[in-house]
Ligand binder design. Structure first.
Ligand code: OXK
Ligand code: ADP
Ligand code: MG
Length: 569
C-alpha cells in the first residue's frame, strides 16, 4: 500500500520517495550526483549530501549534464545529473542528447510538475511533458509514478544506460512522488541491486573466422581505435592485439593514449596515408561517421575491406559494406581475434612506409613548434604545453574549440587510456568545464583544459564551481579574440559577429572567484605557468594570448562550411 493518504498504524515507521530514490541509487553504486537544484528537487540534494554522498552543484544544468556524461565514460557506470523541471530539464537534455550520441552512459533525473495539470495543459509551474520531450534524444525515457516502483525504475534506468551500446536515459520524477510515504520495511524490500548490467556478448565463431581470414590475407592492414575501445576498459587486450600482429594503428581523438601516441606502431602522424593506402581496416569501437568521411571518398582511396567490432549490430553497413562484422563486446571480440591471429606478421614494407611518413610529419611539425613568432601561434604555444604534459602522463586533458581542438589533438601526445576528453561525435562547444569537474571528481588528479576562447565562453561561469570545490584544474584559454580568428574586419557601425571584446581578461575572471589567474604571451611563460599550476594543485586559469591572425575557419573541418558564391568573383 503506498499512497499519501494511506492509514497506517501509529507505530509504523515510514519512508518516502526522497529516501527510496537515494537508497536505490546507492544500491546501484552511485555516490556522486552532478546537478543544479531548485523546485521540486532541492531537498533531494540536501538529503543526498547529508548521507555522506557527493553533490557537485553547477551554475547551468547543461554543464552538470556534461560532467555526468564524462564521468559515465570514465567509470563505465552511469553518471547521474539532477535538475529541476522544464527549463532546467531542457538544459540537461542537451547534455543527455550528447551523451546518447557519444555512447556515454548517463541518467538525467529531473523533477516534474503535477501530471493532471500538465496533461490538461492548465498552466502549472514549469509545465512540460518532459517524459515525451526526452524520448527522441535518449536511449530510453521512464517515469516513476509510485513509490513502490522506485526500485524497478532506477534499475531499469541503470540497465538501459549501461547495457549494449551505452547511452543517455531520462528518468522523470514527479514532485508528488518524492513526498509519497510507504511503510519503511515494505519500501526497503522493493529495492534491489541488478546484477550483470553490461553482460559479455561473445561474437559468433563463424564471424570470428571470417574476420581472421580477412585480416590474415591483408597486405596493408590497419587498426582504427575509437572511444568505444577506450570505454571498454580492456586496454591490455587491445595493446596485445596490436603488438602480437604488428598491425599499425591510428586512434580517433578520444582513443588517443589507449595505446601511447609514441608507440612505434602508432600511425597517427601518417593518418591520411594510412587511411588511403590500407587494404583491410579493423574498426574497434569507432563508427564510420563524418569523422571518418563515412568510410568513402578520397580519404579512403581505392578498394577497401572493413572488419568492424561493435556491440550494436545495426551499426554494421551503416555507411559502407562491412565485410566482416564482429558483433559483441570489444573485450570478447579482441580476445577471439587474438586467438585466431596468433603468429600473424605484418609486412614491413607497409609498416616501414608508414614509419617513414610518421618521422617526416613529426619533424615538419617540430620545426613549426620550434619557430618563435612575435605573437604566440597554435603550434608554438601547444608545443610548450606538450613538453610540460609529457612529464605528467596521468593528467586528464580536456580539449575543445576549432583550431585549439585540432592543433591540440595533433600536437599533444597522450600516454594513458581515457586521459583525453573532447568535443566528441557532435563536435560540441561548451563541454570543457563540465568535463573538468568530471575528471577531477573521478580521478582526484590534476586536470588541464585547453580551450578556444569561444568554446570556453559557453560555460565560463563554471570557473566558480571549480574554485568552490577547490579542484586541481588548470584552464588554458587560447585567446585569439574571436571565433576562428580575432582579426576579422567589422562592417560599418557594428562589431563583426566573429569577434570578442579584445579587452577581455580571462585571468581576472578567475581571480574574482578566488582562483589563480595568469596572463602569458610567450611559450616560455606558458610552460612555466602550467608547470607551476599543476604543482600547486589549485584552480588556475592561464590566459594565453595568441596572435589574432592565427587560426583558420572551422579548423580542419572547413570543408563542412557552406559558403555563398553570390557576388564573388
Ligand atoms: C597527427 N599528425 C601529426 C601528428 N599527429 N603530425 C605530426 N606529429 C604528430 N604527432 C598529422 C596527421 O597525420 C594529419 O596529417 C594531421 O596531423 C591532422 O591529424 P588528425 O588526426 O587531427 O587528422 P584530421 O585529418 O584532422 O582528422 C579528421 C577528423 C578530425 C575529422 C577526425 O579533424 C577531428 O576529430 N575533427 C573534429 C573537429 C571538431 O569536432 N571540431 C569542432 C569544431 S566546431 P595528414 O597529412 O596525415 O592528413 C567548428 O569549428 O565551425 O562549428 C565550427
Ligand atoms: P569515435 O568517435 O572515437 O570514432 P564512436 O563514438 O563513433 O567512436 O564509436 C564508439 C562505438 O563503440 C559505438 O558504435 C559503440 O556502440 C561502440 N561500443 C561502445 N562500448 C562498446 C563495447 N564495450 N563493446 C563493443 N562496442 C562498444
Ligand atoms: Mg578563438
Amino acid at each position: 500500500m503506498s499512497n499519501e493518504t494511506a492509514i497506517l498504524p501509529e507505530s509504523t515507521e515510514l519512508t518516502d520517495g526522497f529516501h527510496l530514490i537515494m537508497e536505490a541509487l546507492e544500491m546501484n553504486g552511485i555516490d556522486t550526483i552532478y546537478g543544479l537544484l531548485g523546485i521540486p528537487v532541492t531537498e533531494l540534494g540536501r538529503l543526498w549530501q547529508a548521507r555522506g554522498n557527493r553533490f557537485y552543484s553547477f551554475r547551468n544544468e547543461v554543464n552538470a549534464g556534461y560532467a555526468a556524461s564524462f564521468a559515465g565514460y570514465l567509470t563505465k557506470k552511469p553518471g547521474v545529473c539532477l535538475t529541476v523541471s522544464a527549463p532546467g530539464f531542457l538544459n540537461g537534455l542537451n547534455a543527455l542528447a550528447n551523451a546518447t550520441t557519444n555512447c556515454f552512459p548517463m541518467i538525467l533525473i529531473s523533477g516534474s510538475s503535477e501530471r493532471e495539470i500538465v496533461d490538461l495543459q492548465q498552466g502549472d509551474y514549469e509545465e512540460m511533458d518532459q517524459l515525451n520531450m526526452a524520448r527522441p534524444y535518449a536511449k530510453a525515457s521512464y517515469r516513476i509514478n509510485r513509490v513502490e516502483d522506485i526500485g524497478v525504475g532506477v534499475a531499469r534506468a541503470m540497465r538501459a544506460a549501461l547495457s549494449g551500446r551505452p547511452g543517455g536515459v531520462y528518468l522523470d520524477i514527479p514532485a508528488r512522488l518524492l513526498g509519497q510515504t510507504v511503510d519503511a520495511v515494505e519500501g526497503g524490500n522493493s529495492l534491489f541491486a541488478p546484477v550483470d548490467m553490461s553482460p559479455a556478448q561473445l561474437p559468433a565463431p563463424d564471424a570470428v573466422a571470417r574476420a581472421v581470414e580477412l585480416i590474415k590475407g591483408a597486405k596493408k592492414p590497419l587498426i582504427l581505435l575509437g572511444k568505444g575501445a577506450a570505454y571498454a576498459q580492456c586496454d591490455e587486450q587491445i595493446k596485445a592485439l596490436i603488438e602480437e600482429t604488428g598491425i599499425p594503428f591510428t586512434p580517433m581523438s578520444m582513443a588517443k593514449g589507449l595505446v601511447p601516441d609514441t608507440h612505434p606502431q602508432c600511425a597517427a602522424a601518417a593518418r591520411s596515408l594510412a587511411l588511403k593506402e590500407s587494404d583491410v581496416v579493423v574498426l574497434v569501437g569507432a563508427r564510420l561517421n563524418w569523422l571518418l568521411s563515412h568510410g568513402k571518398g578520397k580519404t579512403w582511396g581505392g578498394a577497401k575491406k572493413f572488419v568492424q567490432i561493435d556491440i550494436q549490430a545495426n551499426e554494421m553497413d551503416s555507411n559502407v559494406k562491412i565485410d566482416a562484422p564482429l558483433v559483441g563486446d570489444i573485450e570478447s571480440c579482441v580476445s577471439a581475434l587474438r586467438a585466431g591471429l596468433k603468429g600473424m606478421a605484418t609486412s614491413t614494407d607497409w609498416t616501414g612506409a608508414l614509419a617513414e611518413k610518421v618521422a617526416a610529419s613529426k619533424s615538419k611539425l617540430n620545426a613549426r613548434i620550434n619557430t618563435a613568432t612575435p605573437a604566440m601561434n597554435y603550434a608554438n604555444s601547444l608545443g610548450a604545453i606538450r613538453d610540460v604534459l609529457k612529464n605528467y602522463p596521468d593528467i586528464t586533458l580536456v580539449n575543445e574549440g576549432a583550431n585549439a581542438l585540432d592543433n591540440c589533438r595533433m600536437i599533444v601526445d597522450q600516454y594513458l587510456p581515457r586521459r583525453r576528453l573532447d568535443s566528441g561525435t557532435w563536435g560540441i562547444m561548451g563541454m570543457g568545464m563540465g568535463a573538468c569537474v568530471a575528471a577531477a571528481s573521478v580521478t582526484d588528479k590534476p586536470v588541464v583544459a585547453v580551450e578556444g576562447d569561444s568554446a570556453f565562453g559557453f560555460a565560463g561561469m563554471e570557473l566558480e564551481t571549480i574554485t568552490r570545490y577547490d579542484l586541481p584544474v588548470t584552464v588554458i584559454i587560447m585567446n585569439n579574440g574571436g571565433i576562428y580568428r580575432g582579426d576579422e574586419n567589422s562592417p560599418a557601425h557594428q562589431v563583426s559577429c566573429m569577434l570578442f571584446n579584445p579587452a577581455t581578461r580571462y585571468d581576472k575572471m578567475m581571480e574574482s572567484f578566488g582562483g589563480k589567474g595568469v596572463r602569458v604571451t610567450t611559450p616560455e611563460e606558458l610552460a612555466a605557468a602550467l608547470e607551476a599550476s599543476i604543482k600547486s594543485g589549485k584552480p588556475t586559469l592561464i590566459d594565453a594570448v595568441i596572435d589574432p591572425a592565427a587560426g583558420v575557419e572551422s579548423g580542419r573541418i572547413g570543408n563542412l562550411n557552406v559558403v555563398s558564391q553570390i557576388g564573388k568573383k
